[in-house]
Ligand binder design. Structure first.
Ligand SMILES: Nc1ncnc2c1ncn2[C@@H]1O[C@H](COP(=O)(O)OP(=O)(O)O)[C@@H](O)[C@H]1O
Ligand SMILES: [Mg+2]
Length: 244
């Protein structure tokens, strides 16, 4: 479904993403695992069409994302690392604003917003100001916002950073439900146990390069677990909380 080929991005003399290539099949959940500064956000930004690559190509079912950004935006839902919410507005009003950007009609938008809020467990809080929400609730609302246009592919950038354990579990349940519904997920994390729990496949990224691309079972066969794989491949530890 998604093909990334030799994708590169430079900022001045720094190469943030260094000619990475990988593919994602429909319905697959793939984790992009790497420490702070590895190039995860830059990769997601290029796949979602927000940032223009310096080299390489991203294709969605064979169509170039770089050339046809509109087709892409209808099929891809982005949950950004930095929350994009209006604190003064209610959860419902935030979703109405997002949905308007996708050009959804009023009735469809209402139905989709209700469904998305139910999925993330915020249906009974929809009238409350986002400013009064916990970090975890804001993250869940952000996920709801990315679902309004019913995308096939969801890109999630560190969706569980800075949330309490209870919200983290709730977010995981949401992602598992989306997976069951057949969505394709690409999500970045520096939490190894998250990648182990949720992902069919994991890409280990460091210094803008993919050092390994395997199933969780494959990593376990070769290295005991993901943590051991990361240490062997990079020569250093990837601790929880090491990045944000
Ligand atoms: N807009 C930018 N300008 C300059 N450097 C950037 C910019 N965005 C990211 N970088 C650099 O690119 C590298 C990768 O960053 P990023 O993709 O945010 O990593 P991650 O999301 O894995 O933490 C880092 O060295 C970062 O400092
Ligand atoms: Mg990042």
């Amino acid at each position: 479904m998604l093909d990334v080929e030799q994708l590169s991005k430079r900022f001045g003399s720094r190469t943030a993403v260094d000619a990475i290539s990988f593919g994602i099949g429909r319905g697959e959940t793939v984790g992009l695992l790497g420490p702070n500064g590895a190039g995860k956000t830059t990769t997601i930004a290029m796949i979602s069409g927000i940032s223009k690559p310096d080299g390489g190509e991203v294709r969605l079912d064979g169509v170039s994302v770089v050339r046809d950004a509109d087709a892409l935006k209808r099929r891809v839902g982005l949950v950004p690392q930095d929350l994009a919410l209006y604190e003064e507005l209610s959860a419902w009003a935030n979703l109405q604003l997002f949905g308007g950007l996708y050009g959804l009609g009023a009735r469809q938008l209402r139905q989709r917003a209700e469904a998305a809020l139910a999925l993330v467990g915020l249906a009974d809080r929809s009238g409350e100001r986002v400013g009064s929400f916990s970090g975890g609730m804001k993250r869940r609302l952000n996920i709801a916002g990315a679902l309004l246009h019913d995308p096939d592919l969801l890109l999630l950038d560190e969706p569980t950073v800075g949330v309490d354990p209870q919200s983290r579990n709730a977010i995981f349940d949401n992602l598992e439900e989306l997976k069951r519904r057949g969505k394709t997920l690409l999500y970045t994390t520096h939490y190894m146990e998250e990648a182990e729990r949720l992902c069919d496949r994991v890409l280990i990224l460091d210094h803008g390069r993919i050092l390994a691309d395997d199933t969780v079972a494959g990593f376990k066969r070769q290295y005991l677990n993901l943590e051991a794989a990361f240490m062997r491949l990079t020569g250093r530890a990837l601790r929880d909380g090491a990045g944000a």
